[in-house]
Structure formats: C-alpha cells, structure tokens
Design a protein around this ligand. Structure first.
Ligand code: FES
Length: 314
C-alpha cells in the first residue's frame, strides 16, 4: 500500500472555487442526497474539482468540505484514501495510467511502462519537462480481455503495443487527444475474439430476426423430449425451513399480532423425516449417513437430559 500525502505546500494554490457551470452542477449533486446526508456528495464533488483543476488541491478539499458541512479531516481522509484522486499536479494534456495487473503484464504492459519511463519521466507521478504529460502504474481497469491497456482521463485504450501507445502519447502531447479513438486499437469489435467469432456467428439467430417457423426448423425438438422447468434455487426437502407452509417474508410485517395471525403454523418437526433424503431430488428415500457412520434419526444429538434434542422447532 503506497503512502498518499498532499502535495508539497510550494505547489498548492492559494484558493479554489468551482467555475460557474461546476458550481451549479455541485449544488444539484448535493441535492441528490437526503437532508442531513450531504456528506455523501464528497466523492462526486472531489472528482469534479479534479476534472476542473487536473488534480485535487488542499484548498479544493477544504472548499468541498465547506460546501457539505463536513470536517476537513473527513474530506482529507476520503481524498487521500482513493487512488482515483491525484494529490499532486499531473500532466496538463495527459496522465497515462498503465494497467500493470497480471493479464496486462502477461500481454506486455512492462514494455508500455518502459516507454512511459523513456518518453515522459523515469518516475511515475512526475511530469515531463513541459508539464504536459505524466504517468503511473495502476491496478486492473476491467478491460483484461483487451490487455494490455491504459486509461487517459475517462477513456481506455486497449490492445496496445509500445508503438501504438507512442503514437497515442504524441497525439495527446500535440493537443489532439480527441482524434484518438478509444477502445481496442486493433481490428476487433469491443471484446469479441481478436481472431474472429467462433460461436454465435449467425447474425439472424443472435438478433432474433428469424421467422418463428424458421426457428423451429433450425432447432427441431425430438419427439418425446421436453425440458423440465429448472429446479435451481428451489430446494425441495423435508426440512422445516423449506416447507411450503412456511411463507417468508410474511405480508404482515407492521404489527406483531397481524403477523402472527397471517402466519401458518410451522409443520411439526420430524427428526426421522428431516434426516431422509428427498426422493425427487436424490432418486430414492433413504436415511442420510452421518459422519459418525450412524444412520440419520438415530444419530440426532442428545440434550443435557440425555434425551434426543427436538431440533430447532420454534
Ligand atoms: S489486468 Fe489490465 S485491465 Fe485487467
């Protein structure tokens, strides 16, 4: 875990104020939260301050804290915790965030980092001579399928080679970052296989544009075969908790008496039945084997009295 501190006082500007558009936006953003919960707006406001200034200054943190009535220390905690906030000046034209997590590393991110070291600055978070570019290594950005990749501002540039990243950095340095198409930098659509589709190759089937009769012809069903409804997430056992008589949640939650009246009595606990396998699930009804080798009901735990416990009957 890296140490994150505010930038040196020598680079901190004297004050901060949102510009007119951002001030109006911030006011609306705070209103999204219920009265008394304005602190919840701290992250979007800090992000907007970063978008406006390029990084999060001490005065921006304090300004945001004042806007939402939050103690400075709380806002400072947030700003210094989340790595999305840049606490020192970054490149004015591009801050290159190179993903160095395993999939990107296996696909060549180290070469991208070497390029940044050579082209921008040997150390991350340092700007180049003209202050226009900077870089850092980040963790997975969620585009692993198209590794290796970098983020610049809010856009991802994927399927990179050092040569392509070199061109992209040059474009940003020349103030032409808008001309670079984000996403895959090779001839693939989003995250589709780079070598072409291997399945779902029939566009009409994928888009559901087949005529109904064609669909039947395309996938004839064998006579006598039918697909039973899925039993997923529908356990059927003799256990009390899943008995159909026990409805939960109860429609009557407001009053205790109402809830009681609406409830169905739970079925009587039956040790023997609880320990039986469910024939429709496991194919046969037989006592379950307990780890101690004893068969189901006879292995029920005994209470202090030495008699068998009655289980969890309410
Ligand atoms: S590992 Fe790089 S985007 Fe996920």
């Amino acid at each position: 875990m890296s140490v994150r501190r505010l930038a040196d006082a020598s680079v901190q500007p004297e004050g901060f104020a949102f510009n007119r558009a951002n001030a109006a936006w911030a006011k609306q953003a705070i209103k999204k939260y219920p009265q008394g919960r304005e602190h919840s707006a701290v992250i979007p406001l800090l992000m907007r301050a970063q978008e406006q200034e390029g990084w999060v200054t001490k005065s921006a943190i304090e300004h945001v804290a004042d806007m939402i009535g939050m103690p400075y220390i709380r806002a400072l905690e947030v700003a210094t915790f989340y790595t999305q906030f840049q606490l020192a000046p970054v490149g004015t034209r591009a801050h290159i965030q190179v993903c160095g997590t395993t999939p990107c590393m296996l696909r060549g991110s180290e070469e991208l980092i070497d390029l940044c070291k050579k082209k921008i600055h040997p150390e991350p978070f340092h700007t180049n001579g003209s202050g226009t570019l900077s870089w850092e290594e980040v963790e997975c950005q969620g585009a692993c399928v198209n590794a290796p990749m970098v983020m610049i501002f809010k856009d991802a540039y994927e399927d990179l080679t050092p040569e392509r990243l070199d061109e992209i950095i040059d474009a940003f340095e020349a103030g032409k970052g808008d001309s670079v198409k984000p996403g895959p930098q090779i001839d693939r659509v989003y995250s589709a296989p780079a070598t072409g589709l291997t399945s779902l190759t029939d566009e009409a089937i994928v888009t559901g544009k087949h005529h109904a009769s064609e669909r039947v012809a395309a996938a004839p069903q064998k006579e006598g075969t039918s697909m039973p409804p899925s039993r997923a997430a529908k356990p059927k056992t003799f256990a009390m908790e899943t008995a159909p008589g026990v409805k939960s949640p109860s429609p009557e939650k407001a009053s205790r008496n109402g809830e009681k009246a609406a409830s169905v009595s739970a079925p009587a606990d039956d040790e023997a039945a609880a320990d039986l396998t469910e024939p429709t699930v496991e194919g046969e009804a037989r006592p379950r084997k307990h780890p101690d080798g004893k068969a189901g009901a006879s292995a029920a735990p005994k209470g202090k009295s030495g008699k068998k416990d009655k289980g969890g009957a309410a």
